[in-house]
Design a protein around this ligand. Sequence first.
Ligand code: EPU
Length: 330
Amino acid sequence: MKIQAYNPIPNTFGLKVTAASYVEYDTPAELETLLADGIVTTPYLHVGSGSNLLFSGDYPGVILHSCIKGIEVLHEDASHVKVRVGAGVVWDDFVAHCVAHGWHGAENLSLIPGEVGAAAVQNIGAYGVEIKDIIAQVETVSLHGDNQTYSTEQCAYAYRDSLFKKRKDLFVTRVTFVLSKLPLFSLGYASVRNEADLLATVDLPAVRAIIIRIREAKLPDPARWGNAGSFFKNPVVERSQFDALHIRYPDMPFYEQSDGSVKIPAGWLIEQCGWKGKSLGRAAVYDKQALVLINCGGATGQDIIALSDAVRRSVREHFEIDITPEVNVV
Ligand code: EPU
């Protein structure tokens, strides 16, 4: 356990921000003790490794961070394995562990920054897979100190959304995954499919390598350019609005949703507005993927927010579409 005053808050945007109090715990029992001892006062914020957060300034309250580790096999048979993973395990370390053990299901989510707990809160997704697809249950401790386990259905998962994004009184401690020991791959995503078609044999290490290659080509390394991956969510529009847009922009990429609505890539909308590679102050729209905002060096949270507001305004004016941040702005 660690409790520190005015500690820098880790964040991949590379922003220099501190928390009035920064608290780390190693077990669910330690978290319960912190809660019982009144260490967690309002305002508080539970964070992972800060890979999906944008701080507009210093945080005046308590930042909580889980260091709960461990990957424990609960059950295994010929076709499946059930594993319970600590919220503080680095997400990509877990994916690498799955690949090394021949467990299928997490490989398309290779190289996504962050930790297991935050990944389950955010419902991370990439290349046709969302983390909810492999989650069996999520264990939490509440602000009042009680333990509760949520089934995947109870987690109310949706696109980059879950029960835990609303219920800030629940802290995820461990996540249980079910993975396949049989070779099942999700290769529906065009860029993944194209590379897989070139392989003599498709196996887990090869698929992980493809995903890593695609991500590295499109997404900036936070060590070089501070960023938080996709800054905006891809907007979903009504069929009628989509039809009108599609006539005007026949090349517009889109994804039909099961309810008839249509998801449009925000990266495409932003690029059409001329923002790709453009900067505003010390923040910029990444030149290889317009959905990503970067810190060009020395930016503040306010710089990134100013750019985000300008981009949103352009998209609204051009397309009458509201794009909303995927990143959690604090
Ligand atoms: N596009 C453009 N210009 C751009 C960027 C994209 O025209 O600057 C077009 C692409 O050509 C493509 C479409 O938009 O037709 C989709 O692009 P891409 O495959 O790069 O995916 P995305 O919709 O921009 C989403 C996720 C990513 C995830 C990828 C792959 C969201 C908010 N983002 O991006 O997730 O890696 O799909 O599945 O859903 C993240 O959440 O941080 C993240 C990186």
